[in-house]
Design a protein around this ligand. Structure first.
Ligand SMILES: Cc1cc2nc3c(=O)[nH]c(=O)nc-3n(C[C@H](O)[C@H](O)[C@H](O)COP(=O)(O)OP(=O)(O)OC[C@H]3O[C@@H](n4cnc5c(N)ncnc54)[C@H](O)[C@@H]3O)c2cc1C
Length: 326
C-alpha cells in the first residue's frame, strides 16, 4: 500500500525546531511517502519554519496561539492535531519520544482510537509500516507492523536517526491550523520555565563523550572527567549506577532509561558495559574503554581497550592534552 502523507510533530526548543523534529523529518523523507509535512504549535512556530523546510517538510502546519506556551501542551496539542487529522488524513505521524511527544501521541491515539508504537528505533514503509523496538533491556529486537487503521502513530528515541538537510529543499508552504483549546485545559497554567545552563556541548549533541561509571569511585572524581571532556570540547556522561548513587544528575545518564548518544568518540571510564548502558552508546563511531578488569563486557564493543585504573589513565590523558598547544 503506497504511503500517503507523513506528518512529523515538531516540538520547539527555545523557539527553534527541536533536533528530534529534524531527525524525524530526515527519516520521513526516506520512507517513499507522497508528502512529508511538519506540524508545529507554539508562539515561536513561525521562527522554526525555515529549519523544518530545510530538513524536508514541504508544508508546515502551524498554530502560534499563545495558549500552547501558557498551558501544558499535551491536551491542546492532541485536540488540535485530532481536528487537523480529520481534515487532512495523514497516513503516519512521527513523534520524538520526549515527555511532550509521549503525552501528545498517547492522547491522540486514545482520541482517534488508533494504535501507537512507542520507543521506536527504526521504521520502514513498504507493503506495511513496520517499526523496530528493543525490549527486555535491549536484549531482543521486535519488528511490529501496523494494521490498516490510519493514521499510524510512532514515537522514536532521540538520535535514532541523523538529522540532515534535504538536497534541493525549497521554502515550505505554511498553513495555519485552528487551535482547539478546551476550557478544561485552561485549568493548569505554566507559571515558570527554567533552562539548565550547561558549559560545553549538550550530551546528546557532543562529538566526544567522556562517561564515568562506578569505577570512578566517588562524586569528586567526576571533576577529572569534566576536565578531560572540556579539553576535548566534549560532554560528560554517566552510567545509571553513579546516577543512582547521587554522584551526578540523571540528565547525564546514558542508556536504556537515560539518553542515547552517537558521538564520534565515546570514552567509557570504569563502566562494566551492561546491556542497559551499551544500548545508549553503541552507535558511537569509535568506543574507547578504560577498565581495570580485562574481562569487562565493555571491551567486546571497544575499538580501543585500555586495561588499567581509569583515574590514572584519565590524569595522564588530561596532562597530555594540557601540554598540547591550542
Ligand atoms: C530496567 C533497567 C534499566 C537500566 N537502565 C540503565 C541505563 O539507562 N543506563 C545504565 O548505565 N544502566 C542502566 N541499568 C543498570 C545496568 O544494568 C548496570 O547496573 C549499570 O550500567 C552498571 O553501571 P556501572 O558499569 O557504572 O557499574 P558496575 O557494573 O559496578 O561496573 C563498574 C566497572 O568499573 C570497573 N572498575 C572498578 N574500579 C575501576 C578503576 N579504578 N578503573 C577502571 N575500572 C574500574 C569494574 O571492573 C567494573 O567493570 C538499568 C538496569 C535495569 C534493570
Amino acid at each position: 500500500m503506497a504511503l500517503g502523507t507523513v506528518w512529523v510533530f515538531a516540538e520547539l526548543s527555545q523557539d527553534r525546531a527541536a533536533t528530534g523534529a529534524l531527525e524525524l523529518l530526515t527519516k520521513a523523507r526516506s520512507l517513499g511517502a507522497a508528502d512529508v509535512e511538519a506540524v508545529c504549535f507554539g508562539p515561536g512556530a513561525g521562527d522554526a519554519v525555515a529549519e523544518l523546510g530545510r530538513h524536508g517538510a514541504t508544508t508546515v502546519r502551524l498554530s502560534t496561539d499563545p495558549a500552547f506556551a501558557e498551558l501544558l501542551l499535551g491536551g491542546p496539542a492532541a485536540d488540535t492535531l485530532a481536528a487537523a487529522v480529520a481534515e487532512h488524513r495523514p497516513d503516519l505521524i512521527l513523534f520524538a519520544a520526549t515527555h511532550t511527544g509521549r503525552d501528545v501521541a498517547g492522547r491522540l491515539a486514545a482520541k482517534l482510537d488508533v494504535p501507537v508504537i512507542a520507543n521506536g528505533l527504526d521504521i520502514e514503509a513498504g507493503e506495511a509500516i513496520t517499526v523496530t523496538t528493543a525490549i527486555f533491556g535491549a536484549t531482543q529486537v521486535v519488528r511490529t507492523e501496523f494494521g490498516a487503521r490510519r493514521p499510524a502513530l510512532a514515537l522514536f528515541r532521540p538520535k535514532s536517526f541523523p538529522a540532515a538537510v534535504a538536497p534541493g529543499a525549497v521554502a515550505p508552504r505554511v498553513v495555519e491550523v485552528p487551535a482547539v483549546i478546551r476550557e478544561c485545559h485552561r485549568r493548569a497554567r505554566v507559571v515558570d520555565r527554567s533552562v539548565e545552563i550547561a558549559a560545553g556541548p549538550k550530551l546528546e549533541e557532543a562529538e566526544v563523550v567522556v562517561s564515568g561509571g562506578r569505577g570512578i569511585q566517588n562524586a569528586g572524581n567526576f571533576e577529572l572527567l569534566r576536565e578531560v571532556a572540556e579539553l576535548l570540547h566534549g560532554a560528560v556522561g554517566a552510567s545509571r549506577a553513579v546516577v543512582d548513587a547521587g554522584w551526578v544528575p540523571y540528565s547525564l545518564q546514558v542508556g536504556q532509561t537515560g539518553k542515547t548518544v552517537k558521538p564520534a568518540v565515546y570514552i567509557a571510564c570504569g563502566i562494566s558495559g551492561a546491556m542497559q548502558h551499551t544500548v545508549g552508546m553503541r552507535g558511537a563511531q569509535k568506543i574507547v574503554a578504560i577498565n581495570k578488569d580485562p574481562q569487562a563486557p565493555i571491551f567486546k564493543l571497544a575499538d580501543l581497550g585500555i586495561v588499567g585504573d581509569a583515574l590514572i589513565v584519565l590524569r595522564q590523558l588530561r596532562d597530555e592534552l594540557r601540554s598540547r598547544p591550542g
